[in-house]
Design a binder for this molecule. Structure first.
Ligand SMILES: [Zn+2]
Length: 534
């Protein structure tokens, strides 16, 4: 009997954590950061305490109470006795791996808490992006996906309360790559993976790195099938079980630049005649999609009319969107200025996908070096600035030639504006891949204040109206989603034709019941923390 237990991603967008059990073999399908539940309790200045180890995420219901799968360097000896009476408490003897669908944190973040002998299965690009994001960001203890700093319980000097404090060199997780032969990785790629670019200070010790492996060692027969999503490297997974093939879609779409990947996945998954398909449903209520081509046309129109500075706000990890704005920059005689962390990501991508633009040779791309207060900046940042020295632009360069740039900034980069001093009448183009939530609405208010202060016009940016925050009339067409719309998702389900369909990662799973119910596919709605036997 195969059992699927849904610890996250039920009636919510993201936070997927699904346990697949087939006798004594077990896998996790993603192990994501639960944004929605996290926001119920926490905000920027109120966070789970790293010093309390696993206690906070377990006590607040962010992590399932499953003994035997988490890092033992964060477990106090009195931790589990208090959860043994919890309704969904289980004790497992480890799991055979996590099948990671892509590098968005709502799918990957809580891998941070898993035992480090549990391998992570992913595409090569997902593994590399996970590392690049961590190298170049300030990853909290609950977002250390690719490597983590071990902890030790002791009393910090001069204090009385024991805590889990960082101790020793970072440990890298074992990643097993499903879409390429790890033996065929070039020296640059191997060097990137094994290099300690995660040093954040001179006293950091050398890390213990692990080479990437393939799928051979897995207890299950797996298929890793790339799909199109708003971050490169996304894939679906197929797992052969005693009850037949189980297919897990991850996040996908049929309207992006790489839609062919999703179509190929549908064809191959259909050929397996799966017992079950676990399918995302973020945008089931959307009737149609905006394509990347439309984003290009609308962005081009808006930017062509502008004769001052342009800021384009989009998720830079959405490399396809970055390329769309690079093309707009070329076609309007401007240069796209990206931040060093985005340059680092692009350079990382190029190690596995050589068709990614080479910053050094791409006339339309420059790197905006923002202000940092650190006396000894991180090694990755120093490398980017040294390696692309001729490509760096500073605030004064942008100030002196405002009509020559498109700055790839997000809301969180606006504090550079006092240095840049944009002239009134500059343009802010907002091009998101995802629907916004309440927290972003608070940010929208602040964003409008910034734009007003510096005399910007905006395009595509939601404004507050009686019906909530809405993109102004005539300024649509810039928001191509990473997720397929309802009719496309039904097409995915029908073409794959599973016996069972289990919706996840969406707030309206009943859509599938209403649309597919009564057909040859049975739709089963999971409940949070509940188990479906197949
Ligand atoms: Zn995603």
């Amino acid at each position: 009997m195969v059992r699927l237990t849904f610890y996250g991603g039920v009636n919510e967008i993201g936070g997927n954590k699904i346990l697949l059990e087939d006798d004594d073999r077990r896998l996790l399908l993603d192990f994501g950061f639960p944004y929605k539940r996290h926001k119920l309790f926490y905000e920027e200045y109120l966070k789970p305490r790293g010093g309390a180890g696993l206690l906070d995420p377990l006590a607040m219901g962010l992590l399932p109470p499953v003994e035997g799968i988490y890092r033992d360097d964060m477990e106090a000896s009195d931790l589990w006795p208090r959860f043994r009476e919890a309704p969904r408490y289980r004790k497992l003897d480890g799991v055979d791996g996590v099948l990671l669908s892509h590098a968005h944190l709502d799918h990957s973040g809580y891998i941070s808490f898993l035992r480090d002998d549990i391998p992570v299965y992913s595409t090569g690009v997902t593994a590399f992006i996970a590392k690049a994001i961590q190298d170049s960001g300030k990853s909290d203890f609950d977002q250390q996906v690719c490597y983590f700093t071990p902890r030790e319980r002791r009393c910090p000097a001069g204090l009385r309360q024991e805590a889990f404090v960082s101790s020793g060199a970072p440990k890298q997780r074992r990643f097993c790559i499903g879409d390429i032969d790890p033996g065929a990785l070039g020296a640059g790629a191997v060097g990137f993976w094994e290099r300690g670019f995660w040093d954040k200070g001179p006293q950091q010790k050398e890390p213990a790195s692990q080479a990437v492996a393939g799928l051979d060692g897995c207890a299950f027969d797996l298929r890793c099938l790339p799909v199109d999503h708003s971050i490169p490297g996304a894939c679906a997974w197929c797992v052969e079980t005693g009850s037949g093939w189980v297919v897990y879609s991850g996040d996908l779409r049929l309207h992006g630049k790489r839609a062919g990947l999703t179509r190929k996945f549908m064809e191959e998954a259909s050929g397996l005649h799966p017992r079950a398909l676990i399918l995302e449903g973020t945008n089931v209520r959307r009737e149609a999609n905006v394509s990347e081509q439309e984003v290009y046309h609308h962005g081009l129109e808006a930017i062509r009319r502008s004769d001052g500075l342009v800021i384009a706000d989009f998720a830079a990890r959405d490399v396809d969107r970055l390329l769309t704005f690079l093309q707009i920059a070329r076609d309007t005689g401007r240069r796209l200025a990206i931040l060093p962390r985005d340059a680092y990501l692009l350079r990382t991508m190029r190690l596995l996908e050589p068709e990614t633009p080479d910053i050094a040779r791409e006339d339309g791309l420059v790197i905006y070096q923002d202000t940092t207060a650190s006396k000894s900046p991180s090694l990755w940042l120093r490398h980017i600035c040294q390696d692309y020295d001729g490509k760096l632009v500073l605030a004064r360069d942008v100030n002196a030639a405002q009509d020559e740039f498109i700055l790839a900034f997000s809301f969180f980069d606006l504090n550079e504006l006092p240095s840049i001093r944009p002239r009134p009448g500059s343009l802010y183009v907002y091009s998101s891949s995802e629907p916004h939530d309440e927290e972003q609405e608070i940010d929208f208010r602040r964003l409008h204040s910034w734009l007003e202060h510096f005399g910007f016009k905006s395009f595509g940016l939601p404004v507050e109206s009686a019906g909530g925050w809405q993109v102004p009339e005539g300024e649509g067409g810039l928001h191509a989603s990473g997720h397929a719309c309802g009719p496309d998702l039904l097409e995915v389900a029908r073409e794959i034709g599973p016996e069972l369909l289990i919706p996840v990662h969406g707030e309206h799973p009943e859509y599938y019941l209403n649309s597919l119910g009564g057909g040859r596919t049975e739709v089963l709605l999971p409940i949070a923390g509940g188990t479906i036997e197949i």
